[in-house]
Design a protein around this ligand. Structure first.
Ligand code: FES
Length: 129
């Protein structure tokens, strides 16, 4: 595999493999509407970091990996910078990503995106699709 060049950060390490479809993440009831939460899953290839944003009955998943430096958007859940249903911003240099598609529309990595991670909600449980 090759590393994708990014704005300002040179090349980043490849992320760990995402967990298999059906792997549970959390109960949707654990996420407030308009809220978000970060998760870490151990994998053979390292840690897979997931960001989940909830809008009503829907949950949007993204790799928690800022395209600028390849680091998580925040160190702790309480430090996530969210504008409910609109955007999430990186704690480090404040790049802003659209809620709906993870596209960076402001900051050091404009034009790049948080990679989408398909999620399902089945019987109230958020899981990898
Ligand atoms: S690491 Fe620079 S904006 Fe996220």
């Amino acid at each position: 595999m090759t590393s994708k060049p990014t704005c300002g950060a040179g090349s980043m390490p490849e992320p760990a493999m995402r967990p298999a479809a059906g792997t549970p993440v959390c109960a949707i009831a654990d996420l407030p509407d308009g809220g978000g939460r970060m998760f870490v899953f151990a994998a053979e290839s390292g840690e897979f970091r997931l960001l989940v944003l909830r809008s009503g009955a829907r949950c949007l998943g993204y790799e928690n990996r800022c395209p600028h430096f390849g680091i998580p958007l925040a160190a702790r859940n309480e430090h996530l910078i969210l504008k409910p249903h609109e955007s999430v911003s990186c704690n480090t240099h404040y790049a802003r990503f659209r809620w709906e598609d993870g596209y960076c529309d402001s900051g050091d990595c404009v034009g790049e995106s948080l990679p989408a991670v398909p999620l399902d909600v089945i019987d109230g449980v958020v899981c990898f699709a």
